[in-house]
Design a protein around this ligand. Sequence first.
Ligand SMILES: C[S@@+](CC[C@H](N)C(=O)[O-])C[C@H]1O[C@@H](n2cnc3c(N)ncnc32)[C@H](O)[C@@H]1O
Ligand SMILES: [Zn+2]
Length: 268
Amino acid sequence: MPALICPLCRLPLVRDSNTWRCDNRHSFDVAREGYVNLLPVQQKKSRDPGDNPEMVQARRDFLQAGHYGPLRDTVIERLQALAPAALLDLGCGEGWYTGAMAAVAADIVGLDIAKPAVRLAAKKHPGITWLVGSGASLPLADASVDVVCSLFSPLPVAEMQRVLKPGGSVLVARPATDHLWKVREGLFGEVQAHQPEKFLPELQTAFELLEQAEVRFPLHLTQATLKQLLAMTPYVWKARPERRAALEANESFETEAAFSVMVLRKPG
Ligand SMILES: C[S@@+](CC[C@H](N)C(=O)[O-])C[C@H]1O[C@@H](n2cnc3c(N)ncnc32)[C@H](O)[C@@H]1O
Ligand SMILES: [Zn+2]
């Protein structure tokens, strides 16, 4: 597996039964569910950073039902072509995509700043290295992974560049311009198009863009799945409560999911 480093002093971490330790005697216990918390309080900007337990559970329920299956298939297909030995899923959430990555890489690290998400992921998918940690200061050694995935998650360019081996790749998924257009129309009336390319200029300071593809498919939602989708979506809290309630009153709902999947490469 990729070498871990101490989040406090950046020295290598060595596992000693159920504890990871560095030479400065910083130590981190493996939790009962099998994950390690490598997020020191100093790196926390709030008490419970990242997605809250309700968002995590809604995402688990929605993804588990397979609504985003075509996107997961595309991600796995692209990863298969890259044939990584070691892979980091940065901002892995509750691990629905990460679990499927076991088919294409031997060593997988799933990292998220939200402990409830990592806990749920670790319970479901043993055999993956699950870490609570921050993308802003990754607890991984320099040049230790072949691919970094960031699916709807932060893109800390300098840290991604540091942990990637020369010639390694980045796989990014973002909502495409008109993703869930009808849902957003219901919530906000006037919809602002997503800008999946917004992050490209910064990414291209470190990586070269190899491919950009669009994945789109219809979503047939029941009232319950529409509610899950709204509960897992970060921008929903910006909507007026009465608009959200009116949308949630629909017994069924048809919309379209649209994603942009990008593959970039760190020069070798
Ligand atoms: C929209 S969710 C996507 C989760 C997962 N990749 C998926 O598609 O199901 C974004 C995730 O990024 C995590 N996150 C936010 N800030 C982070 C940071 N600084 N470092 C690591 N993860 C972070 C959140 O906790 C959340 O799980
Ligand atoms: Zn240390």
